[in-house]
Design a protein around this ligand. Structure first.
Ligand code: IPM
Ligand code: MG
Length: 353
């Protein structure tokens, strides 16, 4: 095992710095933290206001030598959202070919779901989001700008290779889970080119994974199934936009967007993968000290697993679960009144009983 694990931390905007500082405190209390070296990169909207860029020109080259990236959030009312997204997060995901976005979500004990009749074993999913193309490929343009006949176009690009690599990753993810069930999300009834290719690739892959049972859902009907029959789902693979939307629904059903983690993974391990809470910059919470750090802690669990630090990953997950189950120290989005620091202290105490 490598002794020096190099983590690049990009706190970014909004509550990003608050939750990442909580994350660093938790990492420091893990066994063998001396094997980690973390640096802080001050990229994001403040950087943009100073330099006109969300990250330096050679940002990707700066990141490449790291073993993993821990990201806070990007988004600031002073900078247009497309600039913050395309200048930083998407630039990193696409530039480092982090094509597999994993979004595990579980109803953890002690957390209340808005669904009345659901238990923790019913809602235990992992959403695999295509993270390099599709609706977020960036292909399109504006024509006749500022004229009445102005046109804006975003083209969803799906490649056979892109569909195949994310779907294989999803099959392998499903095969490693107890239920071994994979649901393909599609909209090939209406989106009749790229989504049909998406479905066809899936059909060709199914026979290669005989242990995995499969089914297929149109994305609109999928929202109903997630609410009405959560226990019927296990692993879910969806396009970039579909999974973006479904993962917010999934997080809300599991109690709060504040707990949900994600990993932007390069499964080939050729570049560092990037881990982040999915909640975003939440400017209404900035400076109040009440942001929920659990999404960051769970993202650190994913990062530790990715780095092969399985024992520390499980210790941290158990500490998160213990704090939530105990219920005495919960942040406001989970119905309590604990501060970011109090939740952090409680998780650290649970890690070192
Ligand atoms: C997410 C987020 C981002 C996305 C936003 C912040 C651009 O919603 O990680 O799901 O759409 O990818
Ligand atoms: Mg989203």
């Amino acid at each position: 095992m490598k002794n020096d694990i190099k983590i690049a931390m990009i706190p970014g905007d909004g509550i990003g710095p608050e939750v990442l500082s909580a994350g660093l405190q938790v990492m420091k209390s893990l066994g063998e933290f001396e094997k980690f070296s973390c640096i802080n990169l001050d990229w994001g909207s403040e950087f943009f206001l100073r330099t006109g860029k969300m990250m330096p020109e050679n940002g990707l080259d700066i990141l490449r030598p790291y073993d993993a990236i821990l990201f806070g959030s990007a988004g600031d009312p002073r900078v247009s959202d497309d600039k913050t997204l395309w200048g930083l997060r998407l630039a990193i995901c696409q530039g480092l070919d982090q094509y597999a976005n994993t979004r595990p979500i579980r109803l953890l004990d002690g957390v209340k779901s808005p669904l009345s009749d659901v238990s923790s074993k019913d809602l235990d999913w992992i959403i695999i989001r295509e993270n390099s193309e599709g609706e977020y490929s960036g292909v399109g343009g504006r024509v006749h700008q500022d004229l009445p006949l102005e046109v804006g176009m975003d083209v969803s690009v799906m490649t056979r290779a892109g569909c195949e690599r994310i779907q294989r990753f999803a099959f392998e993810t499903a095969a490693a889970r107890p239920r071994k069930h994979l649901t393909l999300v599609t909209k090939s009834n209406a989106q009749r080119h790229a989504m049909v290719l998406w479905d066809e690739v899936f059909e060709t892959l199914c026979p290669e994974y005989p242990d995995v049972t499969t089914d297929r859902m149109l994305v609109d009907a999928m929202t109903v199934r997630m609410v009405r029959d959560p226990a019927s789902l296990d692993t879910i693979v969806a396009s970039n936009l579909h999974a973006d939307i479904l993962s917010d629904l999934a997080a809300a059903l599991a109690g709060s967007i504040g707990i949900a983690p994600t990993g932007n993974i390069n499964p080939d391990l050729k570049t560092p993968s990037m881990f982040e809470p999915i909640h975003g910059s939440a400017f209404d919470l900035v400076g109040k000290g009440i942001a929920n750090p659990i999404g960051t802690f769970w993202s650190i669990v994913l990062m530790l697993r990715h780095l092969g630090r399985l024992e520390e990953a499980e210790d941290l997950m158990h500490a998160i679960e213990a704090v939530l189950k105990n219920g005495e120290v919960l942040p406001p989005d989970l119905g309590g009144d604990a501060s970011t620091q109090a939740v952090t202290d409680a998780v650290i105490a649970a890690l070192n009983p």
